[in-house]
Design a protein around this ligand. Sequence first.
Ligand code: GLU
Length: 562
Amino acid sequence: MDYNRLAQLLFPNITKTPADIEAQFPPRQLPEGAKVTRFAPSPTGFVHFGGLFPSTVGERLAHQSGGVFYLRIEDTDAKREVEGAAEGLIKTLAKYGINFDEGAILSEDGKIADHGAYGPYKQSQRGPIYQVFAKQLVREGKAYPCFTTEEELDELQAVNKKEEIKNTDWQAEAEAKKAAMLKGREFTMEEVEAHLAAGHPFVLRILAMGDPEKKFKFTDLVKGTLEIPENDEDFVLLKSDGIPTYHFAHAVDDHLMGTTHVIRGEEWLPSLAKHVQLFSYLGFKLPKYMHIAQIMRLDENGNKKKLSKRDMGANMDDYTSMGYCPEAVCEYVMTLLNSNYEEWHMQNADKPYTDFPFNIKKMSTSGCLFDFGKLNDVSKNVISRMSAEEVTKKVTDWALEFDRPFGEVLSRDTGFAQQIFAIGRGGKKPRKDLTTWADAKAYMGFFYDEFFKIEDSYPETFDKSDIIATLEKFCAGYDESDDMNVWFDKVKAIADSLGFASDMKAYKADPTAFKGSVADISMFIRVAVTGKMNAPDLYTVMHIIGKENTLERIGAMIDSLK
Ligand code: GLU
């Protein structure tokens, strides 16, 4: 077969050679050890929590090593493309600290444009580049056209399958596929010419020379050394519309764009033999690979399941509406990615996660378990370390988008909101009331008359008359200028006067000697002022809402009890 002629027949319009293209994509000039990584999403929808993993790893490894992190949009499947998905994806990733140095990124006008010298960064715009390499493979007898339509292929497989009744189903399937494939390899130049003259579409297949009985050793930086059977499948390189498959685009793009580390989901591991073969056919140096374990979740029966698209926690946009702060999500992702992150974090509580020396060797080789409980713990800690000013701003911004009435109330007087969020903040053991911004209203809404309501009722074990007496005495003695000790001494005095223990030790030693303790007396007042059994420090609460409001609320409670 005259392969040069075949190549010319199939790609008459391609005049460039691989060397021409290589000249357009010179090797990057980077310091020794600098890593070039990329995130290469298909713009088919939202960012999945699982997508945050490879992108975080890519971002960390590149930026930690003084390298380059770029974004390539893999939009070769027009059918699955969702309008605006790429823009949405870039914005979402930016929220989680995933910023690109290069690639198809957002310009100031909000549109996606190429930034960098290795573009185009949208695969749909790279058609001619792929075809140059495709033509070269045909020239070298390493790829061939296949004019068999999908339907014919299915038929061929079906016939072959019937003949293989002795075998189990999957064996029959594999055999049938193989037979159909081998048949596709047999063609003459005349046949090709006739097909082309008739305008028949073709796909371009690789001519696979691998022997699956033979295995080669491969070292994945996450999974370790693997033994992989050689590829013997003549997989498709170019589809009938000239658009490359993932495999072909991966080899050409990652080579030309100078990717040093391919970081992707482990669902690509079974395709690795194909990629190794393809890089070798093309004469490209193989990049390093890191296949990241899938994210698992526990189902109702406690079994591990893949975190699928529809599962709670999969869509990153949901985290925003649920009120999770990105800092917390990032930290949670780090705890899942590197087993020593938490230890480092304990010793470096005041440092951002970007200071953590991310280590490939500390990555989990099997699936990480996604767990809201753990995320919530991390989140509480992260928020508890923020300043009152920061929390006020973040809660307000969130509420203005997701709970407008609350947002408006908060922005009415930022200083007031900040005083509230300052309660129990600072010190060594800060309060941890907020897991998400969505918790804020339930936690502190009572400070505002609009949201104040009596949520908890008094336990029936107490006499109403004692509650009323407590509230009346408290009002009578309330002086806003009392310091905390004087204030509390007055509460204790009320306890003593009503037969409640003012001294907790005495109460614990003999609870039956009292109607209750000073803790119960405080609770009577707390419920009247905050509507809740549990609330932040009551003395501070009263100072924030002011004397008038405090006495009004207590008065209203007295009225309702009478
Ligand atoms: N477009 C591929 C995907 O979304 C990218 C895989 C890769 O990073 O190579 O799965």
